[in-house]
Design a protein around this ligand. Sequence first.
Ligand SMILES: [Ca+2]
Length: 290
Amino acid sequence: MKLSRIICVTTFAVLVSSLAAVADPEIPKPEIVKPESVNEQAWTLRWADEFNGPAGSPPDSRSWNIETGGHGFGAHELQTYQDRPENLALDGQGNLVITVRLEDYGGFTSARIHTREKIEFTYGAMEIRAKLPAGAGLGPAIWTGGFGNETPWPLCGERDIVEVFGADASRAVSSLVGASKENEDVMVGQSESYVFPQGQDVTGWHVYRYEYAFSLDDRPEEMRFYVDGQLYRRARADWFPGQWVFGKYKHFLLLNVAVGGDRPWGSPTGETQLPQQMVVDYVRLYDVAR
Ligand SMILES: [Ca+2]
């Protein structure tokens, strides 16, 4: 589809993407090995949504809030979030589907849902099985935030369990976002990528898992990120360039597909295929024992 009217935004997005993954070379990088402290028996299922329900129905309102509107989130994002089945619905086969569309009037529509004040957590694990869209300007995200409660972003922290940066379907990107140690209004982010094996990419079914475990004996608290059971990232306060605020504030889960804006996924181009879908088989939240 021809999207020439918005291509002028591209240079802006490229500039921002170069700032997106701020990694301090002085911070030691951990070895990627399964830590001894992981005790699979310590995780207990607290909540899950398997997305079983009639085709066309919305996600369960006992767990989910549907956010609508098109205000750009302070970054000139292009999509208008909708609550209609064309953008957000169960498929009747056990999946939640978010569909991003280019409408006849020239605007993009999509959906964004979250569990604020319904399902909240600090420590624990989140596991999601999903297929994600990819394409220039598309920013599918499965993430947690604490904003809208008492503490503003970025001080409340943000954990991007998986995002896709536009057309790069070969990588699943996780990011931790917090505030600078010097200024709580300044955002500091740290991103790492899982690179899929040959022949796979984010558009296929994959299991994304995030764990946040308490400190144990002499080991500090730690986060771990997995794709299809492969541990590819560990994160600790000592390795994070900003304030490590993640144990302080309640977070909720968000699922959305953004389009464009001053973001690492860039802007849509003539190559961007639409409509596309984020399909989620399940989300499962586990508590961890101290
Ligand atoms: Ca399911």
